[in-house]
Structure formats: structure tokens, C-alpha cells
Design a protein around this ligand. Structure first.
Ligand code: FA5
Length: 340
């Protein structure tokens, strides 16, 4: 059996020596050293040897196995080295090659505007406050002094989930949450999505974004509201922007105003974008918090007063970036969005 083992060794060594590829060396390993390989097969016949011979043959078999294994590994290393040298010789370095850069994204212009607005109001001493998109009818309307027959409560103006819950129609219910949870004094802003079944056009979308502001303290006046909004408009759009306050009617503020700014296209001269008025589309509503709203939230209107405002963030972004159609903000056209 020793002779047969030596023969296998010789055969394996020759085979390895002549092998041209790593793949073939792998086959050789299986052929000679594997579980069903030649050495194992031969050793199965050891049972026919005299007892004292068996350990000797076993030792020879192990030695031969190790020698084949070691020669195989040496040959593999040689081949690998050779292959690497060949590859290095073939490879050339092109120092003028410009690899395509990965496309780097950035925040959507709406999110940029929202963050800019929040930063600006935080600098002015406001705290950012969060509110849910699914609201109670109570917070969205009743607590905001919107009477039962107010048109905004109509099912054709509001997405109801059930009779007591809806997709909020504005961010003003966050005023109620903040006043009920924290009382006075208070200075918060809150932003997020709001929903109304409005028909889509250049300036309207059924889902849009608002930023709400609320200040409640002693001796807060309309002058404070106008001063705060004037500072915000100039910081956001530039010193040359004028602000126009028009009387309006919101159930939750008294008095109430709507606010426009100088047309961004013509800077007030009058053009097609502003229908030759010189003023932008309406950007926000505001006013002094109605005493009924304060009372409802447990704040004494004889001691405290407050102002509030609610702006359309989408429209602020449109004025800021000169976008003439709100739909562009929701179309997800990467070519358009990558400009900002
Ligand atoms: C309100 O929603 C009031 N809650 C604002 C408010 C808050 C008044 C606090 C007083 C005190 P209004 O419905 O006007 O108001 O909406 C406010 C702003 O949201 C508008 O000025 C406009 O900029 C924007 N807006 C309204 N409807 C749409 C729409 N369909 N698409 C895009 N923007 C809209």
C-alpha cells in the first residue's frame, strides 16, 4: 500500500506541476485530497493489512497528504503572483479620466423655505411647536370661534374623517393646543400640511403648507403684529419689499387683516404676473386673537391679549424663488427642483 501511496503522490505532483490554472488546481485538490479522493479511497482498503502495519501506512498517508497540500499551495501562490503581474502590465493609469460624480440631492425648495421661516422666527424669540394633521372639529373650528354655520365647516370645504375628526384646514388649531397646554405668556410658530378641497390653479392646491404664529402676553397690540410681520417680510424677501394690510374677517381674530407684498416680478410697477396691481398674491392672514378664543383656552382677555398669523409657505416659496405656478412645487420634476 505504501508503494501505491507513493505512486499517487508522484502522479499528484506531476499533475500540479503541469497545471496551468487556479481552477484546475482546485480540481486536483478534490481529486487527490478530497473526501472521495484517491488517497481516501486507497486507505479504505487498510482493513486488509496486518494490525501492526496500519499505523505505519496511516503515518505515510498523512505525510504524503501534507506534501501534496504544501506543493499545491506553493503552486497557487505562484500562479496568483503571475496573474497579478500580468494584470499590472496590462493596466494603464489615465490621469485625465473624470469619473461620473454621484448625483447629490438637496432639500426641496418648500422645506428650505419652511426651515428658513422657522429659523427666522426662532431668532425673533419664538418656539417651534408641533401639531397633528388629523384634528378634532372642536380645535379646528369651535375653539376658534367659527360658528356652526361658518362656510369653512361645510363638507364641500373640508375633508372629514368622521363627524368629530378631519384633515385640518389650517394650522390655527395649534394655537388652541398651545394655549390649553401652556397658558400665557406664549410665543410659538407651528408649520405643516393643511387640506382643503380647493380647485387646483396657479396659486391653489388642495394640500398646501402653512406656518402659524401666535403671541400672547400682557399689552400685545396690533402695532406689535405689524412690526413683527414687517421685519419678517424684509428679512425674507429684502429691504425693498413693501407690505400691504387689507381689512379681513376671520372668526378667531378681531380685527383681522390679509397681507400682500410687493410683486416680485415687477417690484411694484405693475405687470402681467400681478395683474398690473403691483402687489403679489395674498400671502397670509393675521389679526388680534379674539377674546372668545382666549377665554375658551382659560386665558383672561382682561389681562392678556395676543396676535396670530397664518401664512401659505408654498406661496412664500413662490415669491422667494420667482415660481409662477404652485403645481411646479408638487410635480417632482428633478430638472425643475435642482435649480434651488
Ligand atoms: C387661514 O387659513 C387662517 N387660519 C390664517 C390666520 C391665522 C388668520 C391666524 C388669522 C390668524 P387663509 O384661508 O386666508 O387663512 O389661508 C392663509 C394663507 O394660506 C393664504 O394667505 C394663502 O397664502 C395660503 N392658502 C390658502 N389657500 C391655499 C391653497 N388652496 N393653496 C395654497 N395656498 C393657500
Amino acid at each position: 500500500m505504501k508503494e501505491q501511496l507513493l505512486e499517487i503522490k508522484q502522479k499528484a505532483m506531476n499533475h500540479i506541476e503541469q497545471s496551468p490554472s487556479l481552477k484546475e488546481l482546485d480540481h486536483i485538490r478534490v481529486q487527490y485530497l478530497g473526501k472521495k479522493g484517491e488517497i481516501t479511497k486507497l486507505l479504505r482498503g487498510m482493513g486488509s493489512l496486518p494490525k501492526e502495519e496500519r499505523p505505519k501506512v496511516g503515518a505515510v498517508a498523512n505525510e504524503i497528504r501534507e506534501e501534496i497540500e504544501s506543493f499545491l499551495n506553493t503552486k497557487i501562490q505562484e500562479l496568483e503572483k503571475h496573474q497579478q503581474e500580468e494584470r499590472l502590465q496590462k493596466e494603464t493609469l489615465d490621469i485625465t479620466y473624470e469619473p461620473p460624480l454621484p448625483r447629490i440631492g438637496h432639500f426641496h425648495p418648500l422645506i428650505q423655505t419652511l426651515e428658513e421661516l422657522e429659523d427666522l422666527f426662532v431668532e425673533m424669540g419664538f418656539t417651534v411647536y408641533a401639531g397633528p394633521e388629523i384634528e378634532s372639529v372642536e380645535n379646528n373650528f369651535d375653539a376658534l370661534n367659527a360658528p356652526k354655520d361658518h362656510p369653512s365647516r361645510n363638507p364641500s370645504d373640508t375633508f372629514y374623517i368622521d363627524k368629530d375628526t378631519l384633515l385640518r384646514t389650517h394650522t390655527s388649531p395649534v394655537q388652541i393646543r398651545a394655549m390649553k397646554n401652556h397658558g400665557a405668556p406664549l410665543r410659538i410658530v407651528s408649520s405643516g400640511r393643511v387640506f382643503r378641497p380647493d380647485d387646483v390653479d396657479d396659486t391653489h392646491s388642495p394640500m398646501f403648507h402653512q406656518l402659524e404664529g401666535l403671541v400672547v402676553d400682557k399689552h400685545v397690540s396690533l402695532a406689535n403684529l405689524i412690526h413683527t410681520l414687517d421685519i419678517f417680510i424684509k428679512e425674507m424677501f429684502g429691504e425693498d419689499m413693501e407690505t400691504r394690510y387689507r381689512p379681513h374677517d376671520f372668526p378667531f381674530t378681531e380685527p383681522s387683516v390679509e397681507v400682500d407684498v410687493t410683486c416680485h416680478s415687477c417690484h411694484g410697477k405693475g405687470c402681467g404676473a400681478c395683474s398690473y396691481t403691483g402687489w403679489s398674491m395674498e400671502l397670509l392672514g393675521a389679526g388680534m386673537v379674539h377674546p372668545n378664543v382666549l377665554k375658551h383656552c382659560g386665558i383672561d382677555p382682561e389681562v392678556y391679549s395676543g396676535f396670530a398669523f397664518g401664512m401659505g409657505i408654498d406661496r412664500i416659496a413662490m415669491v422667494k424663488y420667482g415660481i409662477n405656478d404652485i403645481r411646479l412645487l408638487f410635480d417632482n420634476d428633478v430638472n425643475f427642483l435642482s435649480q434651488f
